[in-house]
Unconditional design. Sequence first.
Length: 73
Amino acid sequence: MPIAVDIDVMLAKRKMSVGELADRIGITPANLAVLKNGRAKAVRFATLAALCEVLECQPGDLLRWETEGVAGE
């Protein structure tokens, strides 16, 4: 998928666990893992806004576009 998810990067910068982030934004750790691992088909703007608020970042810090074939290299 050409959209890469960098939630792991922001979690590391903020020294926060997946469980803590999930709790603070109000979703299950399993659903956050689906999003974090790039397996989600969509993300609600409310969820994206909550992620940005808790992680004190911009949407572009969490999501980026990659050309086909670049992901996983």
